[in-house]
Ligand binder design. Structure first.
Ligand code: PLP
Length: 375
C-alpha cells in the first residue's frame, strides 16, 4: 500500500471506482462514433444526450445550455473569446487572483484585440470588493465582460456569485464565472443565478481528466471556439470524448448525491489539521478567508520563513507528502504564486493543503510527524 499522503485535491482527484466502472463499457462495447447513423453510433449519441440531460438537471439548466469540452481551460477560453468576438465586449473586469486559464486569456485579448482590462480591488483577505466592482461597472458605457471565479483554487475564498450576477445584470454586463472548484462540491442552481457562462472539470470531483463543461445561458449566443465537424450542436467540433462524458456525469451525480456527508467528513479533516498546526507552530498563518466564505476542501498555510521552511515543499515531497505551493502549475517550486503575491502578504513559505473524501485524520497525524522534522 502506498504510504504517500495526497493532500493536493484542488489540483486533481483520484477517480472514484464507481465512475471508472460506468466508463468502462464505452471503451469496449459502446465504441461507436456518435455521428454514425447505424446502431453503434446511435447508442453513443444516446449516451451523450442522456448525460447532457442529467448534467443540466443537476445544475438547474436546460440541456441545450450544456456543452461538453476538454475541461475548465477550454471552457473559459471559449466563453471569453465569445464575449469579445460575438457579444461585443470591449472591456474586461477581472481579478489578479483568477486561475491562469482566465488571467492569461484576458491578457491575450488586451494585447491582441485592444480590449481594456481592469482589475477589481481585493479586500485584505482576498475577497472581491463588490463596491469597487459596482463603481467600475457604473463608470463606463462600454460593453463589459466580468470574469470572476466562484472559488479561488489557492486560497479557497468563495465569491458571492449571486451578488456579482445581480450587479452584472444591473449594468448590462456579461458574466463568466470559473466554477471549477465548486461544481461537484456545492449545490449550484443556475436557474437562480444571473450568470452567462460557468465552467466545470470532472477531475476536480473524482471524475476523469480531459473532460468538462461550458454552461452557456441560452441568451448568450456565441460562435464555436474550435471549428470543424458539427458536434455539440455546432459549438465544439471534434469527435466526442464519450467515456469522459459518461464519467463526468457519473462523477457529478455521485458528488451531489453524497455532498452533505462528504462535506462533513472533509471539514473534519481540515479543521483537525488547522488545530494541530496552531498547536505545533508558533507564527503560522492561514491565508485568505478561512472562516465563512471559504472552500471546505482547501487550506492555505503560511509557515514562518526560515532556513528549514524555504525547502518545505521539497522536503514534504521527499517524505511522500503531496501538496502544492500554490496552484498545480507552481507546485514543486516555492516561488511565484501570483495569488499569494497579489495579496501583498508578509514573507512566508506557502503550502496549500487540499482534501477529498479519501483523506483521513490519521493522514493528518502522519503529516504532522513529517512536519515536526522538516518545518
Ligand atoms: N480554473 C480553476 C479554478 C482550476 O482550479 C483549474 C484547474 O486547476 C482550472 C480552471 C483548469 O481546469 P482544467 O484542468 O480542466 O483545464
Amino acid at each position: 500500500m502506498s504510504r504517500r499522503i495526497y493532500f493536493d485535491n484542488a489540483a486533481t482527484t483520484p477517480i472514484d471506482p464507481l465512475v471508472f466502472e460506468a466508463m468502462k463499457p464505452f471503451f469496449t462495447d459502446h465504441f461507436g462514433n456518435p455521428s454514425s447513423i447505424y446502431s453503434y453510433g446511435r447508442e453513443s449519441r444516446l449516451a451523450i444526450e442522456n448525460a447532457r440531460k442529467k448534467v443540466a438537471s443537476l445544475l438547474g439548466a436546460h440541456p441545450a445550455e450544456i456543452f461538453f469540452t476538454s475541461g475548465g481551460t477550454e471552457s473559459s477560453n471559449t466563453a471569453i473569446h465569445g464575449a469579445v468576438h460575438q457579444l461585443g465586449c470591449k472591456r474586461i473586469i477581472s481579478s489578479k487572483i483568477e486561475h491562469h486559464a482566465t488571467l492569461h486569456t484576458c491578457e491575450y485579448f488586451q494585447k491582441h484585440a485592444g480590449i481594456e482590462l481592469e482589475w477589481v480591488h481585493l479586500l485584505p483577505d482576498g475577497h472581491i470588493d463588490l463596491a469597487d466592482l459596482e463603481k467600475r461597472l457604473s463608470s463606463s458605457p462600454k460593453k463589459t465582460l466580468v470574469t470572476l471565479m466562484h472559488a479561488n483554487n489557492e486560497l479557497g475564498n468563495i465569491t458571492d456569485i449571486k451578488a456579482v450576477g445581480e450587479l452584472c445584470k444591473k449594468y448590462n454586463a456579461v458574466y463568466h464565472a470559473d466554477t471549477v472548484q465548486t461544481v461537484g462540491h456545492y449545490p449550484i442552481d443556475l436557474s437562480q443565478l444571473e450568470v452567462d457562462f460557468i465552467t466545470a472539470s470532472s477531475h476536480k470531483f473524482h471524475g476523469p481528466k480531459g473532460i468538462g463543461i461550458l454552461y452557456m445561458r441560452s441568451s448568450a449566443k456565441i460562435d464555436p471556439y474550435i471549428h470543424g465537424g458539427g458536434q455539440e450542436r455546432n459549438m465544439r467540433a471534434g469527435t466526442e470524448n464519450i467515456y469522459g462524458i459518461v464519467g463526468f456525469t457519473k462523477a457529478l451525480e455521485l458528488a451531489l448525491e453524497n455532498l452533505a456527508s462528504e462535506k462533513n467528513h472533509i471539514e473534519g479533516v481540515k479543521n483537525y489539521l488547522k488545530e494541530r498546526l496552531l498547536k505545533q507552530f508558533a507564527g503560522i498563518v492561514f491565508n485568505g478567508d478561512t472562516q465563512d466564505n471559504s472552500l471546505y476542501t482547501v487550506l492555505s498555510v503560511g509557515f514562518p520563513l526560515n532556513d528549514k521552511t524555504e525547502m518545505l515543499l521539497f522536503n514534504l515531497d521527499v517524505n511522500h507528502v503531496c501538496v502544492s505551493g500554490g496552484s498545480a502549475c507552481s507546485s514543486g517550486a516555492n516561488q511565484g504564486s501570483h495569488v499569494i503575491q497579489a495579496l501583498n502578504l508578509p514573507p512566508q513559505s506557502t503550502v496549500r493543503f487540499s482534501f477529498s473524501k479519501y483523506n483521513t485524520k490519521e493522514e493528518v497525524d502522519r503529516l504532522m510527524d513529517v512536519l515536526g522534522s522538516v518545518a
